[in-house]
Ligand binder design. Structure first.
Ligand SMILES: *Cc1c(COP(=O)(O)O)cnc(C)c1O
Length: 465
């Protein structure tokens, strides 16, 4: 071994001090790297080294060429996609967890992570008001949370028909009808493809102007199909933040004995905020829920959560036996038997750390504040002459200028300016800008300033500057 090993204090102190330096300055950074920073990535275009070198030099290169080419999504001025920042409680816990290097697959590999898993499972079901006994598992993000839930749904429904999917696959199995809303997230379709239910054989329920499933159309949808049904609803449409009418959907699902799954990648956290009770009504009646911790809970990437009401359903889909694996976990959670992964990093630790640090009130406030700040962004934009296309019920703001080309030009100006970042979308067939307030760091002042910047740039475009 050349140079310091991983127990070398100087090396790890250097790494920590570079990380602290980054975290301490991310708020002031240009939100998307400028051209020189991107050009600096050429520094990485080296041949594979023939031999060992000092890892301190590698770290220096990573910081000097890499840090400037990061997107400052951990700062307060990033409104792109639906991207959370990193809460300090998460970052600190992530560092210690990295040093631990636990394999969270099984209690025998990591008693501490298995134990925290049980704790967080209890906290999450309590925080979100989900039924007792609901099982939680950690995956890479909402895409895999959707896939894991849909696999559990598929296997549970077909087991009721006497069909063992894990043993026999889907060939020759009874038809499972899958219902989605028109505004279903693309990754839910990807998940359906992954679990063999198909991206395109879905029954699509039209959406209203906000993107909510029109539940009144459900009864007419599956004429002639009396086999198993999975209905996929959504808490938080990715453009508007809209919530499907869960009460009506759950009533229909109950009548049809359908499995109700909810993609709540960011929106599920609204369950923690008592002021959003109207929005989430009936959401607790689902059979499974997918969410992200790396979005609104502000842990580091990647971190998603799947929750399933029926105990043992995840295990039916994901159990894997081997002679060298223990037969009995003494009541602790065996993460590998609940997830598509086997070996896995200890995602639970950061989730635990943020929940413990914020508490019930803190999570509620995070949701309420982000949503208030989304309104603080939307109001001046609207009175300043831009069109806000959605009812700002949560943290998403959908904006358009006078027309499509004006909107595209405004977005280009925002990107060139670099004081904030938000992305494009298409809504009702025309370009729009999408701003998402998902970071614990974004304050009311930040939101007001972002609106000022957008209006200033829109004004300059209007006057032809
Ligand atoms: C972000 C998102 C997803 C996908 O989440 P990943 O964490 O990227 O896998 C799925 N559904 C909705 C509604 C989302 O917003």
């Amino acid at each position: 071994m050349t140079g310091p090993d991983t127990s070398d204090r100087d090396y790890l102190d250097d790494a920590a001090s570079r990380a602290v330096g980054y975290a301490a300055t991310v708020a002031g950074r240009r939100v998307f790297p400028d051209a020189p920073a991107l050009a600096g990535l050429d520094a990485f275009d080296e041949p594979l080294p023939d031999g060992p070198s000092d890892p301190a030099a590698t770290l220096r290169l990573l910081d000097e060429a890499g840090s400037p080419a990061t997107v400052a999504s951990a700062g307060p001025d990033y409104y792109g996609f639906v991207t959370g920042g990193t809460h300090p409680a998460a970052l600190g816990a992530a560092w210690l967890t990295s040093a631990w290097d636990q394999n969270a697959a099984l209690p025998v590999m990591s008693p501490v992570t298995a134990h925290l898993h049980t704790v967080v499972q209890g906290w999450m079901t309590e925080l979100l008001g989900l039924p007792g006994g609901t099982e939680l598992a950690f995956v890479t993000g909402a895409t895999m949370a959707n896939a894991a839930a849909l696999a559990a749904a598929r296997d549970t429904l077909l087991a009721r028909e006497g069909w063992d999917v894990q043993g026999r696959g889907l060939f020759g199995a009874p038809e499972v009808a899958v219902v989605v809303g028109e505004r279903v997230h693309t990754t839910l379709l990807k998940a359906l493809g992954l679990v063999g239910l198909g991206r395109e054989r879905v029954h699509v329920v039209p959406a209203d102007a906000e993107g909510r499933m029109r539940a009144e159309l459900l009864p007419d949808l599956l004429a002639g199909h009396d086999g198993p049904v999975i209905v996929c609803a959504q808490a938080g449409e990715v453009n508007t933040g809209a919530f499907d009418p869960f009460e009506e959907i759950a009533d229909w699902a109950a009548e049809r004995r359908a499995w109700l799954h909810v993609d709540g990648a960011f929106g599920l956290w609204a369950l923690a905020d008592p002021s959003r009770a109207g929005l989430v009504r009936g959401l607790d009646r689902a059979d499974s829920w997918a969410t992200d911790a790396h979005k609104w809970l502000n842990v580091t990437y990647d971190s998603g959560l799947v929750l399933v009401r029926e105990p043992g359903a995840l295990r039916r889909s994901f159990y894997a036996a081997a002679a060298y694996l223990p037969a009995d976990a003494d009541g602790e959670v065996e993460a590998m038997h609940r997830t598509p992964q086997t070996s896995q990093r200890a995602r639970v630790v950061e989730v635990w750390a943020v929940l413990r640090t914020l508490g019930r009130e803190g999570v509620a406030r995070l949701v309420a504040d982000s949503s208030d700040h989304a309104r603080l962004l939307a109001e001046p934009l609207r009175s300043g002459g831009l069109e806000v296309l959605n009812e700002v019920v949560l943290n998403q703001v959908l904006v358009r200028g006078k027309d499509g080309p004006t909107t595209t030009a405004l977005l280009a100006a925002v990107h060139a300016d670099g004081r904030l970042w938000c992305g494009p979308t298409v809504w009702d067939g025309a370009p729009a800008m999408r701003l998402s307030v998902s970071s614990w760091r974004t304050t009311a002042e930040d939101a007001a300033r972002a609106a000022d910047v957008v209006l200033e740039l829109a004004g300059r475009l209007r006057s032809g500057e």
